[in-house]
Ligand binder design. Structure first.
Ligand SMILES: [Zn+2]
Length: 432
């Protein structure tokens, strides 16, 4: 079986709708669509760490790298898989151990991206198809492609821009200015630096980028199915986290755990495995990806050492809903917080121990904030409403807090980003 893991940075669950992503929306109906999938953390490094290791992310602030972990890549490699990766996210580069187990690993480090902050739309697709072509004689392929087009700066194609701004001509200066404003708002975590029309237009740039990603994904799957025709192919499509546009006072991603940040699309598509026409409402976590891939690939694993739980029974329709997980947790924590952005010092918790997490069941969510007021929320159709604290959640939260604090990883000191190239790339994406 060939496994194609197509991940999309910053894609919120509510972007999967026909007018923006017709291909993904259709695929979601025709394949197996997890409607309640949640990221284990609200930003890239910790979320991907969990995706690749099947382990909790709470060491992410101290240690963002995955060196030395048993990863899905290494496990598949040991089983004779040919392994390929294409992406341009600095947090997921060889500097953080992501290349381990990959035969061919393109992370854009040392590459000229024509002055772009990341590998954009067609350049990304080209790189993916070149790599797919190179893999065509292999029998068992694990291919990871990660799209950055929904990460700020939002730079949609002219065609997609026009769909969202029908009365305007594409104006690069205007697009650039909007992104600069967003970046400024992000730097100070202060959405009031943007007028509401500007914020609305920036969200439209993000949505226009979703149109581009939808096209790229469609082309990627089409090409992979052509190249690997006659073989068993499995496609897993997911987002590492969402993006916020001041719905709860913040911009971009990280720190907290509202729906726009942790509710993500997760789709398993395979013509060969009989995965079709099913919407699954069980709560699932991206922690579950590693054990699921391993089980579907028929690998023997020390399952008990993983925090993720295989979704294979759900995929085969053997579990009734609500039984997979009673609740999902999203975490953000570090011993010595150095900030992922240059935030307002009051919000940044600089140099302090910082921990926040959420615990969510089907209808409620508790968000623990160490340096702010914790919140109990009721969730109705994707919208969160404050409600009275519930004992059950307070107890769960106190157990989770204790567990995180006990973790030796949480006590590690901050990860220092010591590469000038990575620092520059992170700055281009609004970090640091
Ligand atoms: Zn991300």
């Amino acid at each position: 079986m060939n496994i194609f893991l197509f991940t999309i940075d910053c894609l919120r669950y509510d972007m999967v709708r026909h007018e923006l992503m017709p291909f993904l929306t259709k695929l979601g109906r025709e394949a197996v669509f997890f409607q309640n999938a949640f990221a284990p953390a609200p930003w890239t490094a910790p979320s991907f760490k969990s995706i690749f290791t099947g382990q909790e992310p709470f060491d992410q602030g101290g240690k963002m790298n995955i060196y030395g972990y048993e990863t899905i890549t290494k496990v598949l490699k040991k089983e004779g898989y040919a392994t390929y990766a294409v992406h341009s996210n600095p947090w997921l580069t060889r500097k953080f151990g992501y290349e381990e187990g990959f035969d061919v690993f393109f992370d854009s480090l040392g590459e000229d991206l024509d002055g772009q902050p990341y590998l954009r739309t067609k350049a990304f697709l080209q790189k993916c198809t070149d790599s797919l072509d190179a893999a065509k004689d292999k029998q068992k392929v694990f291919f990871w492609a990660h799209s950055m087009d929904l990460h700020d700066p939002f730079l949609p194609s002219e065609q997609s821009f026009k769909k969202l701004f029908p009365d305007e001509n594409y104006d690069f200066v205007r697009v650039n200015d909007l992104n600069k404003k967003y970046s400024k708002g992000l730097e100070f975590q202060d959405p009031s630096l943007l007028e509401s029309k500007e914020l609305g237009d920036i969200k439209k740039l993000y949505e226009a980028s979703a149109i581009d990603v939808d096209f790229i994904l469609q082309e990627f799957i089409k090409r992979a199915e052509e190249i690997f025709t006659g073989q068993e192919n499995l496609f897993i499509i997911l987002a590492d986290h969402g993006e916020q546009f001041a719905e709860h006072g913040g911009l971009a991603h990280g720190l907290y755990h509202y729906e726009e940040l942790i509710h993500v699309p997760l789709i398993f598509y395979s013509k060969d495995l009989g995965l079709k026409n099913r919407a699954i409402r069980d709560l699932v976590s991206l922690l579950d990806i590693f054990p699921t891939i391993a089980e579907l690939a028929g690998l023997q694993l020390a399952w008990q050492s993983l925090k993720g739980k295989s979704l294979s029974k759900l995929l085969k329709g053997k579990f009734s809903w609500r039984k997979h997980r009673k609740f999902v947790v999203s975490q953000e924590g570090r011993k010595d917080y150095t900030g992922i952005t240059k935030q307002n010092p009051e919000q940044a918790h600089l140099g302090k121990e910082f921990l926040s997490f959420s615990v969510r069941d089907q209808r409620h969510k508790f968000i623990y904030k160490e340096l702010g007021a914790s919140e109990m929320l009721k969730i109705k159709q994707g919208i969160e409403y404050p409600v009275k604290q519930q004992k059950k959640f307070l107890k769960l939260a106190s157990n989770i807090k204790e567990e995180i604090r006990k973790s030796p990883d949480f006590k590690e000191t901050s990860n220092a980003v010591d590469s000038a190239e990575i620092k520059q790339k992170l700055q281009d994406l609004g970090y640091m």
